[in-house]
Design a protein. Structure first.
Length: 141
């Protein structure tokens, strides 16, 4: 009798599997911007989790694991973008394999932004083509 042998190989940990996903964490307090960006990114085939402040973002990162990318607004209530970055560093979240972060802000203090060790910066109002270009650059590195 002849048979079929089928081998399945699964990643050993979440990090290995999550590095190939399209999961984006969007952290933005402006409801219109958040909803429009989420809809746009989902049309581009990204899986988007969106939250309204930094405290929610930290909870998502601690409880749901590693996204492929974070889109992080700087100016938010409860916990702003700078505080999120500081908390990620303090809590040692993903220090072994840093998460690419694109900051979203109308801020003009580029020197302060550069000190935050983020991957990219996209100025508000957001040009969707520039955002997609920044995301594509991250996904191809």
């Amino acid at each position: 009798m002849k048979g079929l042998v089928l081998s399945l190989i699964f990643p050993q940990n979440k990090l290995a599997m999550s590095s190939i996903t399209n999961k984006i964490l969007l952290v933005e307090d402006d409801i219109d911007i958040k909803d429009n960006l989420k809809a746009f990114l989902e049309m581009e085939n990204f899986e988007v989790t969106s939250v309204s402040n930094g405290k929610q973002a930290i909870e998502i990162l601690k409880n749901e694991g590693r996204p492929r990318l974070i889109l992080l607004d700087l100016m938010m209530p409860i916990m702003n973008g700078y505080e999120v970055l500081a908390e990620m560093k303090r809590a040692n979240l993903f220090q072994e394999i840093p998460i690419p972060i694109i900051l979203l802000s109308a801020a003009t203090d580029i020197e302060e932004i550069a000190r935050q060790q983020v991957t990219k910066f996209v100025r508000k109002p957001i040009a969707l083509d520039k955002l997609l270009q920044a995301i594509a650059e991250i996904y191809t590195t």
